[in-house]
Design a protein around this ligand. Structure first.
Ligand SMILES: Cc1ncc(COP(=O)(O)O)c(C=O)c1O
Length: 342
């Protein structure tokens, strides 16, 4: 019997469901550059409400949301504090250097950092140093394996940032996952940050779209930056309708992705090194034991067996669960990977 490919590379690989496509086909639209798309306006109001902020701006991607945030919080030459391996720093083509002219200081290990590490990273007020202006948090942390920031750590970090008059930005591409995993509402996880970006195209399964959220004055400035970067879209309600559908129908089911990730991790741990305690949401990191092939070779072998995963280090692979992989697919994924290791 032939099987469909099990794609565990990312939660961005989902395809819109037929109900989502229906919602898109029937979306009421207008020209969003004129602010006249009712579906985009509804999405922005819905997300602002969910996050407990004054305003939200629909943008094409999480990267654009993050880069606009960095731009509106900083001046060229500023220093930005960020956790190790964070998307803003590692996976956005060096955009912060190009668009905002800022440098990053990496804090902590594994993506998370604490108030002491923030204090230690602040540059002295001296002409030798770039002024520290912004602290960024990524929750859940992608490269950290979907790690969820402990709330007390976030609260202490925000307090420390305020002491140093730093602006703050939360990359909440997977804040929905953090909320589903902890039961803490997204507005509580977002509280206290200057700006927050959220994605609809990760675990929620929409084809496109992110929102940058925050106080009205900052989002007003973000709107100009969206235009400057070419991110203004016209009848974008077609896409926003997918986002609204995703919020209404795919949010509560994220717990299934988390349960599947745990199951996958436990099965993989019979042959690979998996730190089960660090599997907190929908991402699993697995290290290859001695005797197993390298990560690139394993990815190639797994592909030949119909399982797609990403190598994120010479001996580390990443697997992500999502709407398009069920429990059976995860089990097959794990079994094929274990077989490919041998
Ligand atoms: C944590 C995080 N932030 C931002 C992004 C960027 O999103 P996009 O691919 O929509 O630019 C991603 C993408 O995977 C991500 O994992």
């Amino acid at each position: 019997m032939s099987h469909a490919v099990v794609d565990l590379r990312s939660d961005t690989v989902t395809r819109p469901t037929s109900a989502m496509r229906d919602a898109m086909a029937h979306a009421e639209v207008g020209d969003d550059v004129y602010g006249e798309d009712p579906t985009v306006n509804r999405l922005q109001a819905t997300v602002a409400d969910l996050l407990g902020v004054e305003a939200a701006l629909y943008v094409p991607s999480g990267s654009m949301a993050n880069q606009i945030a960095i731009k509106i919080h900083t001046q060229p030459g500023d220093d930005v504090l960020i956790g190790e391996g964070s998307h803003n720093w590692l996976y956005e083509s060096g955009a912060a250097a190009v668009i905002s002219g800022v440098q990053f200081t990496i804090c902590g290990e594994g993506g998370l950092y604490d108030a002491d590490q923030l204090h230690a990273a602040i540059k002295p007020d001296n002409h030798h140093f770039a002024p520290t202006r912004l602290a960024c948090v990524e929750n859940t942390h992608n490269r950290g394996g979907g790690r969820i920031w402990p709330r007390a750590q976030v609260a202490a970090l925000l307090e420390a940032a305020a002491t140093h008059r730093l602006a703050t930005h939360l990359d909440g591409a997977r804040l929905w996952n953090a909320s589903a995993a902890t039961g803490v509402p997204v507005d509580e996880l977002a509280r206290g940050f200057g700006t927050v970006s959220v994605c609809l195209s990760k675990g929620l399964g929409a084809p496109v779209g992110s929102l940058l959220c925050g106080p009205r004055d900052l989002i007003h400035r973000a709107h100009r930056m969206r235009k400057l970067l070419g991110g203004g879209m016209r009848q974008a309600g077609i896409l926003a309708a997918a986002g609204l559908h995703a919020l209404a129908h795919h949010r509560t089911r994220l717990v299934e992705d988390h349960a599947n990730a745990r199951h996958l991790a436990e099965r993989l741990a019979t042959g690979l090194h998996v730190d089960l305690a660090s599997v907190e949401s929908n991402i699993v990191l697995a290290d290859l034991p001695d005797g197993a092939p390298g990560a690139d070779e394993l990815v190639t072998r797994a592909r030949a067996r119909g399982v797609l995963v990403n190598a994120i280090g010479p001996r580390r692979i990443r697997l992500v669960t999502h709407l398009d992989v069920d429990r059976t697919a995860c089990e097959r994924g794990a079994d094929e990977l274990l077989a490919a290791c041998g």
